[in-house]
Unconditional design. Structure first.
Length: 490
């Protein structure tokens, strides 16, 4: 109370001093600017004054000014004064909560924070917590007044069940939603609940639902995502039938990116049949599944396809019918491919590292190629004439291959290192595997001088010259001696 009185006295004294001054026109203008700035600071100043008058402060929140990131415990939700240090934060992170009892959530007055937050907020992370579904309802109501670009639930368990009818027609200002390693109650019988938030779901842009034991997406949920652009279901338990059920006709009409990495998919035919129904699909990640069985039919991908990731998928053979003709970026790394025989006229980048390739792909099949990665295969040489046919090639990486360090191979590779494209990992990644005398040597270290490269021929020529000299010398000596003895007898 004494601090409040002192503050009031200083304000009155300051007012008397100001009233005694005569202002010029410029001073009046400056005062107007200051008053405008003061109006913007009113909420923060009010909080500071109230805290100075004895309201409780809490160390529940800490601000990292370099990253504008505020890290809080969930206790901060029960004491809004904890947020004072974080009014300028753009990222909020809350962890270690146990809101299992709805009565603990009724007292939360999140709307009291709205005037003091800088908007829009980039990200809100709620992690390592057990949350009753009612908390999610309260939080989404709060976000109708606060613009949050991305909401993330990480390592969370959701319990209980509430009626979502109060959200009918309401649209929280969240367009990106992430659930990472969360435990969710069954969603198969929630059609009525999801219909109440359909207005919000229809405007959702990006959803990430990873490491959450998902086997499929119920039709009652997916039918509402009319404008979803990105769907990431990586590291779940999706099987072929689950994918077929999740992407049936007319669902996800605007989906552009689908990520199904590290699930339990085994049939590329089923995946193709389900996902090719997406009319605007551009990027597809099917990596770390098991497609060891060859596809039995061609796939009619949408012409919008630009990127396909099939890395680490057990592929032994890749049929031309499996790949979209419109593809520009193709990742086939970490498989068991021995060849790539597919005509892809628009392909710009291909990643083939850690396969079983013995030769380069054909330039006639890949006329627009710019980036070619071949490291970790079984290639023994890099023919210069074949690489020069790739007119648009800008980067080649072909280290960790068993190179045969013959003179011709070594000379060609040394010339390639000075070519118009970048030879990545040169020289340390390019080692000789044979002959045994050079095994383990860097290709660049091998002596490819004329003498070393043609050593046997040069030695043979030298021996022949020596032999010839010996023969000529012997003949000459014999002739001289014979001629000498003949003259003496005469």
């Amino acid at each position: 109370r004494r601090r409040c009185n002192n503050t009031g006295n200083r304000s009155k004294a300051h007012g008397r001093i100001k009233s005694d001054r005569s202002f010029t026109e410029s001073t009046l203008q400056q005062s107007a600017v200051e008053r405008g700035s003061a109006m913007q600071l009113v909420p923060s100043l009010v909080l500071l004054v109230l805290m100075g008058c004895g309201l409780p402060s809490s160390p529940a929140c800490m601000l990292d000014q370099a990253t504008s990131r505020c890290t809080c415990s969930f206790a901060a939700f029960k004491n809004i004064w904890s947020f004072i240090a974080c009014t300028q934060a753009m990222v909020f992170e809350f962890r270690n909560a146990h809101f299992e009892d709805p009565s603990d959530i009724y007292s939360l007055n999140l709307n009291a924070l709205v005037p003091f937050l800088q908007q829009p907020i980039d990200r809100v992370i709620l992690g390592n917590s057990v949350l009753h579904e009612y908390f999610l309802l309260i939080f989404l109501n709060f976000t109708q007044n606060v613009s949050i670009r991305e909401l993330v639930f990480e390592d969370c368990t959701f319990t209980g069940r509430v009626d979502w009818q109060s959200m009918e027609g309401k649209v929280p200002q969240i367009r990106d939603l992430q659930f990472i390693n969360v435990s969710l109650p069954p969603l198969t019988d929630r059609e009525r609940d999801f219909s109440h938030i359909s207005s919000w779901m229809a405007q959702m842009k990006n959803i990430v639902l990873t490491r959450s034991q998902i086997t499929h997406i119920p039709h009652s949920i997916s039918v509402h995502f009319n404008d979803l652009h990105v769907l990431d279901l990586s590291e779940n338990k999706l099987q072929d039938q689950g994918v077929n059920d999740s992407f049936s006709d007319s669902l996800f009409p605007n989906l552009k990116t689908v990520k199904l990495r590290h699930n339990n998919l085994t049939s590329s035919d089923v995946a193709c049949k389900a996902l090719s129904k997406l009319p605007h699909l551009q990027d597809l990640d099917l990596s770390q599944n098991n497609f060891s069985k060859p596809s039995s039919s061609a796939c009619e991908w949408p012409k919008t396809m630009r990127l396909l990731n099939l890395s680490d998928s057990g592929l032994v053979h890749i049929s031309a019918g499996l790949l979209p003709l419109s593809i520009e970026i193709l990742d086939l790394s970490y498989n068991r491919l021995s060849t790539l025989d597919a005509s892809l006229p628009h392909l710009k980048e291909v990643y083939l590292q850690s396969n079983r390739l013995h030769r380069l792909p054909s330039s006639s099949d890949l006329p627009d190629l710019k980036i070619l990665l071949l490291d970790g295969n079984r290639i023994t040489q890099l023919p210069k004439d074949q690489l020069q046919v790739f007119k648009h090639l800008s980067l080649l990486r072909a280290g960790r291959n068993p190179y045969t360090c013959s003179c011709s191979v070594v000379n060609e590779m040394k010339e390639l290192s000075k070519s118009y494209f970048v030879l990545q990992q040169w020289p340390e990644g390019y080692l000789c595997d044979s002959p045994s005398a050079y095994k383990g040597y860097q290709v660049r270290e091998v002596d490819s001088s004329a003498f070393e490269c043609h050593k046997p021929l040069i030695i043979a020529i030298i021996c022949a010259v020596i032999l010839l000299v010996c023969v000529v010398t012997t003949v000459t000596v014999y002739w001289v001696r014979t001629h000498y003895f003949t003259q003496n007898r005469v």
